[in-house]
Design a protein around this ligand. Sequence first.
Ligand SMILES: [Mn+2]
Length: 314
Amino acid sequence: MYKEIMDLIRKYETIIIHRHKNPDGDALGSQLGLKRLIELNFPNKLVYAVGDENTFVFLGKMDIIDNDVYNNALAIILDVSVPHLVSDDRYELADHIIVIDHHLNPAEIGDTVFINSTCIACSQIICDLAITNNLKLDKIGATPLLTGLVTDSGRFLYPMTSAKTFKMAAYLIERGAEIQDVYDRLYTTSLNFKKLQGYFLNNFKMTKNKVAYMKNDLSVKDKFNVSTFTVSRAMVNQMSGVEGVNIWANFTLDEQNVIQVELRSKRLSIVEVARKYGGGGHALACGCTLKSFEEANLVLNDLDALLEKENQNG
Ligand SMILES: [Mn+2]
């Protein structure tokens, strides 16, 4: 499979790299890492990274390109395989589309699809591609890739962290990835963010079978002066690591009147529940969107029932 990807990279003169909207460290990390990897090893090619920007912009800027750049170009989509989640839908204009992802969903796009859901980060797949093909990599490419590994593994904490993850981290640090700088940027928080963490710790609730959860309306983001995304994605794991809590869920109303749902589990697969409500993701880390907090109660009931069944089976 890597051979097919490399053959396509060799074939095209122009390569445009996409990833999901509202990028996290892994989406941007794998995108900017792959961009640098291609630039270093194929200096005559034109390589662009496109999409929306957010607080992860310290990893590198996005390129602004015209539609005609996509003529006879190769588009590579990273860390996502669902069309409406891809940032910048002009990938459709490309001659050929490669999707490289580590989510469980069946890919809905791409002429060439490579999905490995045993990899904790899409960045880990890009590292593997580099090592397997003996590609050159420098600090500029290694640093974003390490950021992807660190963020998607929760600083090497989440269950899919493997020997391979650490091998890739070692490989990246050997190539100059600035680990201290990455950590400083990722784990220094604003005072508001810290206080929001405290708010979560003090206010989360539990269902009968100990699904920990929070329901956040817009007043939470306003009170702590942060984004909905921060309240939703960045806070869900405040409820992890509590004795007896094996599933935790975060429901956050956004400005479009949609409830953003983040679901996490220690061992039991919960992605089926996310899928039931139109979402998806990984077995132990997934999400969906809902129309109301009443629907959130249905999700909580389903999660609670999973634990009830598990308890009965001993
Ligand atoms: Mn990822």
